[in-house]
Ligand binder design. Sequence first.
Ligand SMILES: Nc1ncnc2c1ncn2[C@@H]1O[C@H](COP(=O)(O)OP(=O)(O)OP(=O)(O)O)[C@@H](O)[C@H]1O
Ligand SMILES: [Mg+2]
Length: 240
Amino acid sequence: MTAGLSVTNLKLNRSGRVILDIDAFNLNSGEVLAVVGPNGAGKSSLLQILAFLIEPDTGIIRLDNEIIGNGNRLAARRKLAIVFQEALLLDTTVQKNIEIPLRIRGVSRQESVARSTEWMTRLGITRLARQRARSLSGGEAQRTSIARALAMQPEILMMDEPFAALDYPTRKSLLVELGNILRASGMTTLFVTHDFSEIPYLTDQVAVLYNGRLIKRGRVLDILGESAVSVKSWAPWDDL
Ligand SMILES: Nc1ncnc2c1ncn2[C@@H]1O[C@H](COP(=O)(O)OP(=O)(O)OP(=O)(O)O)[C@@H](O)[C@H]1O
Ligand SMILES: [Mg+2]
């Protein structure tokens, strides 16, 4: 079972403004949760706090019920993999982009090759293995970034608007494939988006952020009501 994550009494202020003010937020073990909200709602800030990339002004974060602080933050960070809107790849081949982080984490050469081979296959990028990252299209780069994250076998996968820069057909096929992968793996996942229509591909669990506050948390259909029906009307399971 992969890990769960929670935070209580979370406050983040910047330049005298309240950016986040959340009493309690939790990502349950094995859950795929979409965090949705308009531009500036605080989604990326929340993800970065939960990924231990920035420190909030107040807040107690627990990973698998263990409070994370100075002594164990690095170990906690290593249990996570993050996919950002921009792929942030190294200037080397696709295959090396997947293998190098594994080698840094102490995974053997043989195992790294096995994992990169598997995840390139699952993300449909095997033919790009020897291509340099800077020559990839946006969609190919994001597939590489997702393959790299999943090859790490993280306890929690975090994604911040990973599809925002992609055109509609590319976005849709990646959403369908990623949805299948996440359902099969049971990986705990936090997925940030401002686009409601992406959510049903990956999950039915949603948290709504607005002005730095968590205003709703639950099932998509319960929360979005009628508007979810129109989202659902072109969700992948309608084709079944
Ligand atoms: N270092 C900072 N100094 C001042 N304001 C900041 C800082 N970091 C973030 N903010 C503000 O915090 C708010 C939330 O930003 P954040 O990036 O978390 O929003 P978001 O929901 O991810 O938005 P988007 O959909 O545009 O990505 C914004 O109004 C932003 O301007
Ligand atoms: Mg953001």
